[in-house]
Write a protein that binds this ligand. Structure first.
Ligand SMILES: [Zn+2]
Length: 266
C-alpha cells in the first residue's frame, strides 16, 4: 500500500509514508487491535459506556502511515529495542505482582533511547502538528545523541493492568477540563505501558511518574533505574481517565458530568 503525505517527525511534505507501529511491533503490538474514532464518540455517539459503539480491527497491530521511511527506519533502529526491553520488564512486574505494584522496582534500560521512542510515538499519535508547534522535537528525536527534552515538555508514565482494562487508547494534544482545572496533554496507552506528554506543571493524575529525566542520560548509557510506576486501569476512551469499570458504571448511572474534552487543541 502506498500512501503520500507529511512525515510526523521531520515534517517533510508529499513523501511516501511507511506504517509506524505505536508502540513498536515487538512490544506486544503484533496482535489485531480495535481502533475507533474517538472524535465520533465525543460528538454524541458515545454514551459513556466503557465499550465504544463502533470501530475497526487493525490486523497489523496499532499504528498508522505517519512517518517517512528514513524517520521510521532510524528511530526503529536506534530506540525500538530499548523500548521493547522496558515494555517486557513492565509486563513482568505487572503480571508478577497481580496488578498491585506498590514499590519502586529496578528497570535495566537505556533511558534516553526509551524516552526518544516515546516522543517518536507521540509524533505519530499527534500528527504533524506536534513537530510544527515544537520545532526542536524533530531535532531531539533525529539526533540520537541529543539530550534533554526541549520546550519544557514533560513525559509521565504509568503501568496498565491488562486484566482490569478494556483496551488501549491514543489521544492527540487534548484539553481536558476536570473540576474547573484545565489540562493539556497527549496520551498513549498500550498495555503494559502508558504515557502522557504535557507542558503542564502537574499531570492530570498526581500518581503518574515523571520520567522526563530519562533525557539526561546518554545514548550509550544503560542504567538500572528504580521506578515506582502506578498501576492504572483503562476503562474508557477518554484521555487521562483512569476510573475503574465499577466507578464508570456508577458515574454513568448517576449522570454526573465529570468534565469536558477538546481533542486536537492545536
Ligand atoms: Zn521523516
Amino acid at each position: 500500500m502506498k500512501k503520500i503525505g507529511q512525515c510526523c517527525i521531520c515534517g517533510a511534505k508529499n513523501v511516501r509514508l511507511s506504517f509506524e507501529h505505536v508502540p513498536p511491533r515487538a512490544a506486544f503490538n503484533d496482535q489485531r487491535v480495535f481502533e475507533t474514532n474517538i472524535q465520533k464518540m465525543l460528538t454524541g455517539e458515545w454514551d459513556g459506556k466503557p465499550q465504544p459503539p463502533q470501530g475497526k480491527w487493525l490486523q497489523a497491530g496499532a499504528g498508522k502511515y505517519t512517518l517517512c521511511e528514513k524517520c521510521n527506519n532510524d528511530t526503529g533502529a536506534w530506540y525500538g529495542s530499548a523500548y521493547v526491553a522496558m515494555a517486557r520488564r513492565a509486563l513482568e512486574l505487572v503480571t508478577w505482582s497481580g496488578g498491585t505494584v506498590s514499590l519502586a522496582y529496578p528497570y535495566q534500560i537505556f533511558p534516553l533511547r526509551v524516552l526518544k521512542q516515546v516522543i517518536a510515538m507521540f509524533c505519530s499519535a499527534c500528527g504533524p502538528s506536534l513537530q510544527e508547534r515544537f520545532p526542536d522535537i524533530p531535532r531531539f528525536v533525529l539526533d540520537r545523541d541529543q539530550r534533554y527534552i526541549p520546550h519544557d515538555l514533560k513525559v509521565f508514565a504509568y503501568l496498565i493492568d491488562p486484566s482490569k482494562s478494556v483496551g488501549n487508547r491514543q489521544a492527540p494534544m487534548s484539553g481536558v477540563l476536570i473540576k474547573g482545572k484545565q489540562h493539556v496533554f497527549a496520551e498513549i496507552a498500550f498495555a503494559p505501558l502508558g504515557f502522557v506528554l504535557t507542558g503542564d506543571t502537574d499531570p492530570i493524575d498526581f500518581s503518574l511518574l515523571n520520567i522526563t529525566h530519562f533525557g539526561h542520560s546518554a545514548f550509550y548509557h544503560r542504567e538500572t533505574l528504580f521506578l515506582k510506576l502506578p498501576v492504572l486501569q483503562i476503562s474508557t476512551w477518554l484521555p487521562g481517565d483512569f476510573r475503574s469499570k465499577d466507578q464508570v458504571a456508577r458515574d454513568v448511572a448517576s449522570n454526573e458530568v465529570k468534565g469536558r474534552v477538546d481533542l486536537n487543541v492545536f
